[in-house]
Design a protein around this ligand. Structure first.
Ligand SMILES: Nc1nc2c(ncn2[C@@H]2O[C@H](COP(=O)(O)OP(=O)(O)O)[C@@H](O)[C@H]2O)c(=O)[nH]1
Ligand SMILES: [Mg+2]
Length: 286
């Protein structure tokens, strides 16, 4: 607990066997629940998480790979069922400094709503690869145009949300693929939920991302078009599409609105037990 509040941390993880153990081991003592969501990893991510012996862990396995947004949504639903007052997201790849969690949560307690980490505001901002920084700023600029929120590091996944706001966000729905940070910001704007920022240290220590420089341009252009359409901003969608076409980019890189198949989640009891893909424990966490 922190300042009398129940704190949960959602840890989305896909093929993070190399990092997940360290992420769990570094979780601050004030965290009450660690909700690891294994997004159908092909490696030993779930086994390592399940074997680390931390009583705060609750491990969920998606039977199919649904994307980082869907993994976060699964964790959010569980955190709400556990009665968390504040829910953070900390990636399973070790790119989020656990020392930044406390100030993020305290900002959420002070201001309410949604708090987003901002790597550009941190003294170590120069540690970010240039293409990530410039690409992130460009996408942030467009997202800010689509919302009334001046958030500069829109692609940072290190966040905290208060329980009631999380309930409203989940009821509205979260985009399953890589556009989820932008989708969440636009949904929060529509719901009138306040967004604040707090500096977080950028960590780039050789972790692999699903976003490569070659994939980033078409992925973000397509994401922004779909986002604009989803949130009723047709003219912006046409503008982005025109720009994208003018740049000679062909075809979307992958579908982003992955449906959630029935029975896609399997949930273990808290502790070390790990369910196999396709098996269930009989608990209904949807
Ligand atoms: N690449 C990828 N990551 C996923 C997926 N589902 C959950 N994740 C987790 O989501 C987090 C963020 O993904 P990552 O590729 O590192 O995004 P980035 O840090 O913004 O480049 C990581 O902890 C991943 O393990 C998925 O389908 N693909
Ligand atoms: Mg990452």
């Amino acid at each position: 607990m922190l300042h009398g509040q129940v704190i949960a941390v959602v840890v989305p993880a896909h093929d993070e066997a190399a990092h997940i153990g360290a992420v769990i081991a570094s979780m601050p003592a004030f965290v009450d629940h660690i909700l690891v969501v294994d997004d159908a990893s092909a490696d030993a991510t779930a086994e390592i998480a399940g074997a680390c012996g931390d009583a705060r862990i609750r491990l969920t396995r998606h039977a199919a790979n649904l994307g980082p947004g869907a993994a976060i949504a699964t964790g959010y639903r569980q955190a709400l069922m556990l009665g968390a007052d504040y829910i953070a997201v900390m990636a399973g790849d070790g790119q989020m400094d656990p020392d930044d969690l406390r100030p993020l949560v305290e900002t959420a307690i002070a201001r309410g709503g949604y708090v987003k980490g901002n790597r550009f505001l941190h003294p170590r901002a120069r540690d970010m690869p240039l293409w990530r920084k410039l690409g992130g700023m460009a996408v942030g600029g467009v997202t800010t145009m689509m919302t009334r929120q001046a958030v500069s590091d829109t692609q940072c996944g290190y966040t905290v949300i208060d329980g009631p706001s999380c309930q409203r966000l989940i009821t509205h729905g979260i985009w399953s693929g890589y556009g989820y940070p932008n989708d969440i910001l636009m949904t929060l704007d529509e719901l009138g939920i306040p967004v604040s920022e707090a500096p977080v240290r950028p960590v780039f220590a050789g972790q692999k991302s699903g976003i490569t420089p070659a994939r980033a341009g078409p992925l973000f252009a397509w994401t922004l078009v779909r986002l604009a359409l989803r949130h009723g901003k047709l003219f912006l969608a046409i503008g982005v599409l025109a720009f994208w076409t003018a740049c000679g980019v062909k075809g979307p890189p992958r579908p982003v609105f992955a449906p959630r198949p029935p029975g896609a989640e399997t949930v273990s009891a808290s502790g070390n037990a790990v369910t196999r893909p396709g098996e269930t424990t009989g608990e209904d966490h949807k």
